[in-house]
Design a protein around this ligand. Sequence first.
Ligand code: KG4
Ligand code: ZN
Length: 352
Amino acid sequence: MSVEALVLGIETSCDETGVGIVRGRELLADAVASSVEEHARFGGVVPEVASRAHLEAMTPTVERALATAGVRLSQVDAIAVTAGPGLVGALLVGLAAAKAYALALDVPLYGVNHLAAHVAVDTLEHGPLPEPVVALLVSGGHSSLLRIDELTGTPVQLGRTLDDAAGEAFDKVARVLGLPFPGGPHIDRMARTGDPGFVDFPRGLSGPRDRVEHPYDFSFSGLKTAVARWVAVRQRDGQPVPVADVAAAFQEAVVDVLTTKAVAACREQGVEHLLIGGGVAANSRLRVLAEQRAAAAGIRLRVPRPGLCTDNGAMVAALGVEMVTRGVAPSPLEIGVDSSLPVSQTLVGGAR
Ligand code: KG4
Ligand code: ZN
């Protein structure tokens, strides 16, 4: 199959039903139906609600993507789908749909890793991925630092979070501050008018000993607790909580640690390129600080535009195109979902 493979990608690992259509490196359609509003009043994603919403949105979202792309299903060369990690019921809806399309169209199926797709999406905007690249993946469910020598191969995990994911910390702190779910975009917006130096919140795993024992690992749960305590003390004393300032100071603590460790990983691994992906990569302060610190260290930074950072189907299609183009053997139709698919497994069930 040529570089111009037409791939339909399906993403249903959390609360977004995403269908993307990519031809070569050209993004033809990126249709997303989100059930986020149905979860907002619960303060987090409710798995059963998400599964039902995927079921209802699946076919209309595929049809919308096809119409936007101006292609017919019969033209699709391969189907790529998120097989994990994520919510098991939600993943099952996407995989069942993907299998049905692959079978009906008689085209290969690629059951891919959601995290690798967060990396692959950048190829749609900035062209072929430099290899090796250090990838900082920060989302609602994951925070890890990887060295990727080959996009469709096995990444080397340099570090990961020992407790909360970065996005989870944003969501939990937003809740403490009375901001809606999901909290990341709200904290980002509030922080723009706040003072990042208002409180010096703790930088997790950044002490001298941590730098030796956990150079690339993260911890955000202590930070979250520190913010919650700070707010509780203010409330107990009957003082107003300066939401913008607390949001800015919290955000600064997160992005400071993320960028420091990511740049250190590049330097120590001798890798010139850094990629940031996942929902938290949409954060405006993270983008600015990463750019400054990468430039100061002589590292080239790649971050997809915010709309491609949060979950979508285009990222899955982009990884599918890489698989097809590099001649990777597809997944058998019998594959299942894996809610805790390890980051080392880029493709489920495929033989190389
Ligand atoms: O990658 P993603 O869409 O879904 C997962 O794979 O988890 O990431 C969602 C996470 C949420 O925690 C959300 O609050 C966070 O990304 N997020 C942000 C921003 N936009 C989304 N966090 C900080 N700043 C943002 N602008
Ligand atoms: Zn994600």
